[in-house]
Design a binder for this molecule. Sequence first.
Ligand code: GDP
Ligand code: IMO
Ligand code: MG
Length: 428
Amino acid sequence: MKLDVLLGLQWGDEGKGKIVDFLTPKYDIVARFQGGPNAGHTIEFDHNKFILHTIPSGIFDPAKENIIGNGVIIDPYIINKEIQTLKEKGIDAGKNLRISKRAHLILPSHRLLDATYENAKGKLKIGSTLKGIGPTYSDKTARDGLRIGDLFAEDFNEKYSKLKDKHLQIVKFYNFDFSGYEIDGLLFEDYERAWMDAIESLKKIKLSDTEYFINEALDEEKPVLAEGAQGTMLDIDFGSYPFVTSSNTITSGVCSGLGVAPKRVGKVIGIFKAYCTRVGSGPFPTELENEDGQQLRDGGKEYGSTTGRPRRCGWLDLPALKYAIMINGVDELIMMKADVLSTFKSLKVATHYLVEGKQTEKVPMYARENCTPVYKSMKGWNSPLDGISDFERLPSALKQYMRFIESEVGVPIKIVSTGPDRTQTIIR
Ligand code: GDP
Ligand code: IMO
Ligand code: MG
């Protein structure tokens, strides 16, 4: 059996959580392969709303296994809070959750470092979620990191202190005064205490060699879905570096983040919004800093699931979408938030860029002010999509919008989403 992948083709927040939850009935296992609590995956059903940060979005079906792979980085305090929040709503995540022993730990001092670096960057800051992502992945590649499996080592405290000391030296070097700095509402020492307490809860979760678990499941013909976090344009290699996250958010990240061979990767499902959003700094060629942008933000409730920050909004960017489809080898598309465009009489889609006066369909290494989108105007459908569950009953201008995208990118759109609820999902 081959493993399927679902990942974001834009700058994150495409609606991965909603769709992974929707697709979970088709799979036995759902697995996160990269990222950490910088992710915020929203799932809505039966008048309940959940935002998951580290836990895979298949957790609501107790019959399905959910895996946090080795490529994910984990903050014990945050995951513990997630588990508690789920428990309060009657979901026992501990039962069907498994964490890789090889996954790296986000230390409280990684979060201090994240703030230190952002502070030092001043105007050029990344707009990080301040969850310690960059520093934790840096320690991983520097071979200084601590892993979940190390929690049981006799010398864990020693290793912890050594790494924390290194971090505090760097903080000192940058003159970052953290005496009043709060991490999730707590001063550093209090956060550290709460983090240490959370470790004890984390130790009670099934911690295993998830690479064996997944490969054995595939050998037994069990269907597995890999759930991406962030999006292709935030990928450490192919995103708008340095305004990116610190992991490979793309299909290749599945292999290193779960321990599956490339030949075991099957269908790649790419998810995109019918327009674009981005949270944090960095280039965004189709950004609308005008009323249209505000209309998208209001209509789409475009405020970060993790940080609450307003998301930057803009028209659909086909060069970026084609690039993401190429990098990931996307077989099928899912288009989200079609309902948000329902209030527009006319729409625009970027088909090309003008880079230094030359028209191109390719994403340049720097897509900054030198990169101007060339738009095609299209008729809006300008009518609500409420209550429509049959693809054929969608307004013809919406179907035309989708057909145009498909003809440009050469990949079919198999699902269209018309609202945040699980039921507002139309299979074509
Ligand atoms: P993720 O990070 O990719 O899982 O996406 P987020 O959860 O961060 O952001 C997507 C937001 O859009 C969430 O608030 C969802 O509830 C919401 N959403 C998902 N699909 C739709 C849709 O089709 N229409 C509308 N209006 N909202 C949607
Ligand atoms: P989901 O999985 C949107 C952005 C941050 C920042 C940059 C680097 O919900 O789609 P980091 O904290 O990773 O060092 O921040 O990446 N970012 C996201 N934007 N959705 C996400 O995740 C994101 N995770 C990180 O805003 O610009
Ligand atoms: Mg999100």
